[in-house]
Write a protein that binds this ligand. Structure first.
Ligand SMILES: Cc1cc2nc3c(=O)[nH]c(=O)nc-3n(C[C@H](O)[C@H](O)[C@H](O)COP(=O)(O)OP(=O)(O)OC[C@H]3O[C@@H](n4cnc5c(N)ncnc54)[C@H](O)[C@@H]3O)c2cc1C
Length: 385
């Protein structure tokens, strides 16, 4: 089977799985502000969330292109990858920088669905996008680190056994470069609950399981440090290209969903004795949104190909994420407008998807920060922040 055929097989299989979780399923969860446990379990059991884990650890050993196709199809089906996508890319930090012992201890269980590693605590309330300024401190005491601080927007932590934590091990004032002195830890949430970790859910616009996390003398065994102390920021940056590519694919999936819904409705809805889609004022914005999604998709595949070839892809991964997030948002607006009043009715799922896709403009990285990256690193403009 060639690669294109295998992509078709992945798409068909993920589509079949998602068909078991129709709009009604997501609507009920949205109303109850509940987590899609059944859906995430089904994706896990089918092996899709371990797509990027190498075969030697029990995963599928697929490339980033294939992994991104999985998430694209999830979003294209009307579902939301936000409930589980991080399992795919967080694991990369462990895979690339973890010790052999750590990999053998965790990866096979993650691949088999016995363990979930889908929470990533970076953002803090007082420092936001200025990541290297984060204040959470981990101080080594013998065979453990004692962690104090606060995280915000820590997603899926209530449904994760393990949480990847970025903390300072050397105070900001004592490092030569601001990116030094940060370290990454694997926190076992099962043994930490009530022992230094308090989780407070944040009610938010999409139904996204996200939280404030308070760390109060949390003890983390030194063996849970990933890689070298003080090099954590680099490890996190390493994983970001994969994250950007996967998120871009989700946006492409959303974009297709919105455009298909808009096209269908515009063909069926008759007002003034003709389908509304016969008016150029309705059909051109839909066509334009389609063009935007297709263009973003090309950048997503370009970034994925560079990533798989082990070549630098920071610019392409960031551009893909930005273009795709913009395209899905354009498609969302067009779809809502095409549906007129009905777009606002929950039973059409459009207002839900609209809220979900809006998030990609801000998380996991906001558009301005991507533009700042392109300006500085691609165009050589002065650093603006
Ligand atoms: C639902 C949700 C889930 C999330 N999940 C996670 C998670 O799992 N783990 C995690 O660590 N984080 C998570 N985040 C946090 C997310 O990554 C941040 O919200 C995002 O990076 C922006 O940081 P901030 O909210 O602190 O905004 P700020 O940094 O306060 O920025 C506010 C606005 O100002 C803009 N801005 C800031 N500085 C500049 C500048 N120099 N130039 C131009 N514009 C600028 C930003 O682009 C943004 O639009 C999540 C956020 C949300 C909303």
């Amino acid at each position: 089977m060639d690669r294109a055929e295998s992509h078709q097989e992945i798409r068909a299989a993920v589509r079949d799985l998602c068909a078991r979780f129709p709009g009604e399923y997501w609507r009920k969860l949205d109303e109850a502000r509940a987590y899609p446990e059944e859906f995430v379990r089904a994706l896990t059991d089918a092996g899709w969330l371990s797509a990027l884990i190498p075969e030697e650890y029990g995963g599928a050993g697929l490339g980033i292109t294939e992994a991104s196709i999985v998430l694209e199809e999830v979003n294209h089906s009307g579902a939301n990858s936000g409930a589980c996508h991080a399992q795919m890319y967080i694991m990369g930090t462990l895979l690339r920088h973890g010790s052999d012992a750590q990999k053998r201890k965790y990866l096979p269980d993650i691949a088999a669905g016995r363990l979930r590693l889908q929470s990533f605590a970076v953002t803090e309330p007082t420092t936001g996008s200025d990541t290297t300024r984060l204040k959470t401190m981990a101080i080594r005491k013998g065979d453990r680190y004692v962690v104090n601080g606060q995280k915000v927007w820590t997603s899926r932590v209530q449904h994760s056994d393990l949480m990847l934590l970025l903390a300072r091990t050397t105070p900001f004032e004592q490092v030569q470069k601001k990116s030094e002195g940060l370290s990454v830890f694997l926190v076992d949430m099962r043994s930490s609950a009530g022992k230094g970790v308090t989780v407070r859910p944040i009610r938010n616009m999409p139904n996204h399981e996200t939280n404030e996390v308070f760390l109060d003398n949390l003890e983390v065994p030194a063996e849970n440090l990933i890689g070298e102390e003080g090099k954590g920021f680099r490890y996190i940056l390493d994983g970001m290209n994969a994250e950007r590519i996967l998120i871009a694919a989700e946006c492409v999936g959303d974009g297709h969903w919105f455009i298909e819904r808009a096209s269908r409705y515009a063909s069926e809805r008759v007002v003034f004795e003709r389908p509304i889609g016969q008016n150029q004022g309705i059909q051109f914005p839909i066509a334009r949104a389609h063009v935007s999604v297709e263009a973003a998709d090309l950048m997503r595949y370009k970034a994925a190909a560079l990533f798989e070839a082990g070549k630098p892809c920071g610019a392409e991964a960031n551009m893909a994420k930005m273009l795709a997030a913009d395209a899905s948002w354009e498609a969302a607006n067009v779809c809502l407008q095409t549906h007129g009043g009905f777009g606002f009715a929950a039973e059409y799922d459009i207002e839900r998807k609209f809220r979900e896709t809006r998030l990609y403009q801000v998380a996991p990285i906001s558009t301005n920060l991507i533009l700042a990256y392109i300006a500085e690193h691609v165009l050589g403009l002065p650093r603006s922040y």
